[in-house]
Design a protein around this ligand. Structure first.
Ligand code: ARG
Ligand code: ZN
Length: 876
């Protein structure tokens, strides 16, 4: 990003507005083909701001139809208007005045899915980050907080349900088959939290009584005929409400909480005050159509959006640079919710896997940016794994550094001090410094310095004395931010040969060690333990207590022993996962060697078979890293074809090593009835992981065929179909199974997405031809983000073998699709374009082809700012 570029928004340019908007009175009249909006804004010049200052309201593709100040039409020359701005001069120097603004919209033509749009006949809105300016002219920024009163008028037949933020006030009939509803939200909020929905929807109702005795009516709205599929989402919502009271003392603050599930949605979901709008993928479930992964996704997203009511809505962000203030914190909260509701170790491992596979490549490539960026051209491109997931890691480190009581005290202080405000990261950190009684000076750098630091650990042992030498290093990357040493909390344990942690009081220099945590604050530090009864196994970075790359040349024997013995479940997984990662990275460079890999794969098979572990953890021990993750570990001059072959060879070898014990595991569980309970989920995950190994080892699709035919739930059915499609693409049985799956679920969009995704991600020689054929399938709809993500995303991000074809045809196909999608929905096109982000680590031939493709996209005539920003930064 060039700093002198005029389009760049910079953190250091932040200024408060010259005007305040106290109240928003909206009238939204919905008709077939158009919507008329009248906004009455109660405005006041901010005390102390210059009397000459004009008021410039944001717009985006807007048409102004009327304008008045305190009921009087404004004279020519006192304002300027364009689709992007409405600027008013000579406004009153003091006192409140009312600005009435009329606009006309065409929701049916809104394919960007930002602002007011229509999906399957349902009117709905998405305003974060800058969608409200597509509805009316406004100070569309998060530090302008107003109360909203919203009246919706619509045809009763098309829209019997009329919803907006806050509490319902009044509703009734109008002439001509129309009706209205009036809503009032008493909590001042920024415009990005505005929402309205109007449509013919089914509803599932329930209620929840808060600790303070407020009875809240809960409702989940879905498209017709689908409300039976929102039962689990409702259960997750009630558990989230109870958990936030228990764990953080946070109660809900309106009389109603509504959720609406829609088919066309750019992201996962949106936390609009009292009216969450969801991608229906994160609401609708039943065992026949959804996998265990979908259940986990629904629970997480329902919780996440609910938790935003306090972390995001009651306390919002001063500006979009502070996005991690609400997103990192809310991801941390939803992770903790799942950890408390299910298994802490299993959740932590899943979060770390996600961080490594999604955030690490971002942090190590051209799209690198700090958790709190200081510049952007298009804010929608900063809803990233770095802001969300690394942002959550930073909050987790604060909790680790302070300990649970002081962390909770810091959160309490934050809620108390900033309720009703638009806050910054500095505000947030100050609460923890005050409540925790310690400086976070060396810690706050994590928000400003981009990149994954390397933590190096060296151990020496003699005569009962263990020395751990630690050092940290941060290389300067694409973001060009600082490389100072940061406060790194390193959890550890010293494991004895009996499999128990030793008691050991350390001496430390340049580092502090207390309660099983080494605090590395400088570039280097040393910790010495004396009087040890034997040489311990060093279990380092337990809980992944800092988001770093670990450089610890621990012997293979020690790590294999830790994978068996570490009393910390996460430690067992990490020791094994690191060994597996190194083994596969070596294989991805020079080819798979069964002899080299044998001890590690034996440990994997042993982990899978260890009945002392809960089933989900066994499944995690058994899983091999994906091809993308292996490529990242290979590092340079990656040949994705070789990585693919190495991984397949390892899977087959693992199937041979697992032999009898895997066969027994598969036989034992067959026929187990479905339940979404963790143990049942874990057993399915374990069996389905093993199914692929065993089928590859035998070179035999028949087990998968039988499982597909006999499956009683989508998890088992889809896992079997995946084994067929990925590993036996040419067998007649595979073709038949894919057809049968399609015909059974042809009317079900969420299942059809899986069908597209599965084929798009199947790695084989004809994959590109298959995907091109699917792009012409009558059910393929580029305008539907879930479908576009399933096909284009499935191919570009989940099928490295085919996407990175050595002839570049995979790149060119994706470029064609993105250019077409960009004209409809720039935000989704830009998101999918991040599949190119690791192009520089490819071997020279593919590297050049990928760069050519990116340059060709950038030169497209009508390229959007969203897509151009991603492509330009990828190339820089
Ligand atoms: N705040 C939402 C969430 O994380 C995400 C909305 C992002 N939307 C967007 N258009 N960038 O829960
Ligand atoms: Zn969020």
């Amino acid at each position: 990003m060039h700093d002198d570029d005029e389009q760049v928004i910079r953190l250091e340019d932040y200024r408060p507005t010259d005007f305040l908007i106290h109240e928003v009175d909206l009238l939204v009249c919905l008709f077939e083909g158009r919507a008329e909006v009248r906004a009455a804004l109660t405005v006041e010049r901010r005390p102390g701001s210059p009397e000459a200052a004009s008021l410039s309201l944001d717009g985006d593709e807007l048409t102004l139809t009327s304008l008045a100040l305190d009921g009087e039409r404004l004279p020519e020359g006192s304002y300027e208007v364009s689709p992007e701005a409405l600027t008013l001069h000579g406004l009153p120097a003091s006192g409140r005045f009312t600005l009435s603004i009329g606009t006309t919209l065409e929701p049916e033509k809104n394919t960007k899915l930002m602002g007011l749009y229509r999906t399957r006949g349902v009117w709905c809105t998405q305003c974060e980050a800058e969608g409200f300016r597509r509805i009316t002219y406004f100070l569309d920024r998060p530090d302008v907080l107003a109360t909203y009163r919203v009246r919706i008028e619509a045809p009763r037949a098309a829209a019997p349900v009329l919803l907006a933020n806050g509490n319902p006030v009044e509703s009734g009939p109008l002439e001509g088959g129309r009706h209205f509803a009036l809503w009032h939200d008493p909590h001042p909020k920024p415009s990005y939290l505005f929402a309205l929905v109007a449509g013919d929807l089914d509803v599932l109702k329930d209620d929840f009584t808060t600790a303070g005795g407020r009875k809240v009516d809960l409702a989940i709205y879905t498209e017709k005929g689908l409300s039976a599929r929102s039962v689990y989402a409702m259960d997750a919502l009630k558990r989230s409400m109870a958990w936030d009271e228990r764990r953080f003392g946070r109660e809900y603050d309106l009389d109603v909480f509504n959720i609406v599930a829609v088919s066309d949605f750019n992201m996962g979901a949106m936390e609009n005050k009292g009216l969450n709008v969801f991608n229906h993928k994160y609401v609708l479930l039943d065992p026949d159509t959804a996998t265990d992964g979908d259940y986990a996704g629904v629970e997480t997203v329902i919780a996440h959006e609910y938790f935003h009511n306090w972390t995001g809505n009651r306390i919002t962000c001063r500006d979009w640079f502070q996005l991690c203030l609400k997103e990192g914190l809310t991801v941390y909260r939803d992770q903790e919710f799942t950890a408390d509701e299910r298994s802490r170790a299993v959740k932590r491992i899943a979060s770390v896997q996600l961080l490594k596979s999604q955030q690490f490549p971002e942090d190590q490539g051209p799209l690198q940016h700090p958790v709190r960026p200081t510049r952007y051209r298009e804010i929608n491109n900063f809803y990233t794994a770095t802001v969300y997931d690394k942002g959550a890691e930073l909050v987790r480190m604060i909790a680790t550094i302070l300990g649970p009581e002081r962390f909770r005290a810091g959160m309490d202080l934050y809620f108390e001090r900033h309720d009703g405000e638009a806050a910054t990261i500095e505000d947030f950190l100050l609460c923890f410094e005050e409540a925790g009684g310690r400086s976070l000076e060396r810690f706050r750098l994590w928000y400003a310095q981009a990149g994954t630091p390397t933590l190096s650990v060296r151990e020496t042992y003699a005569d009962g004395r263990l020395t751990l030498s630690l050092s940290q290093r941060l290389a300067r990357g694409a973001a060009g931010t600082g490389t100072e040493p940061m406060h790194m909390p390193v959890r550890f344990g010293l494991v004895g040969s009996n499999g128990a942690d030793m008691e050991a009081v350390p001496r430390a220099e340049g580092a502090k060690a207390e309660d099983g945590i080494i605090h590395l604050l400088e570039e280097k530090g040393e910790v010495v333990f004396e009087g040890l009864p034997e040489r311990p196994l060093v279990s380092i970075l337990r809980d992944f207590s800092a988001p770093v790359t670990l450089d610890f040349p621990q012997s293979r024997e020690d790590r294999l022993a830790l994978a068996r013995l570490d009393p910390d479940a996460f430690g067992r997984w990490r020791a094994l996962a690191d060994l597996v990662g190194e083994t596969l990275a070596d294989a991805g460079r020079t080819g798979f060697s069964p002899a080299d890999a044998a001890p590690v794969l034996q440990a994997v098979a042993a982990g899978a078979a260890d009945e002392a572990l809960e089933p989900s953890l066994r499944a995690q021990m058994a899983a091999l890293p994906g091809e993308g993750e292996i490529a990242r570990l290979v590092g340079q001059d990656v040949d994705p074809g070789r990585v693919h072959r190495a991984r397949i060879a390892a899977m087959a070898e693992l199937g041979r090593i697992g032999g009898e014990s895997f066969a027994r595991l598969l036989a034992e569980g067959a026929g187990e009835p479905f339940s979404p309970a963790p143990d049942s989920v874990g057993r399915r995950a374990l069996r389905n992981t093993i199914l692929a190994f065993v089928s590859l080892a035998a070179g035999d699709a028949s087990r998968a065929e039988r499982q597909f035919a006999g499956a009683t739930n989508m998890t088992d059915r889809l896992a079997a179909l995946a084994v067929l499609a990925h590993h036996f693409p040419r067998e007649a049985a595979t073709r038949k199974a894919l057809e049968r799956f399609h015909d059974t679920y042809a009317g079900d969009d969420l299942v059809l997405d899986k069908w597209f995704m599965l084929q798009a991600s199947a790695a084989h020689e004809d994959a590109l031809a298959d995907v091109e054929r699917l792009a012409a399938h009558p059910a393929f709809k580029l305008a539907n983000p879930n479908r576009a993500r399933a096909l284009i995303g499935g191919f570009a991000s989940a099928n490295p073998l085919a996407f990175h074809r050595p002839d570049g045809a995979g790149y060119r196909f994706v470029a064609r699709m993105l250019t077409e999608l960009d004209r409809l929905n720039p935000q989704t096109a830009a998101r999918l374009a991040t599949a190119f982000r690791s192009w520089r680590s490819l071997e020279p031939g593919r590297r050049e082809l990928a760069a050519q493709t990116l340059r060709a996209i950038a030169q497209g005539k009508q390229i959007s700012r969203d897509l151009k920003d991603i492509v330009d930064r990828s190339l820089q």
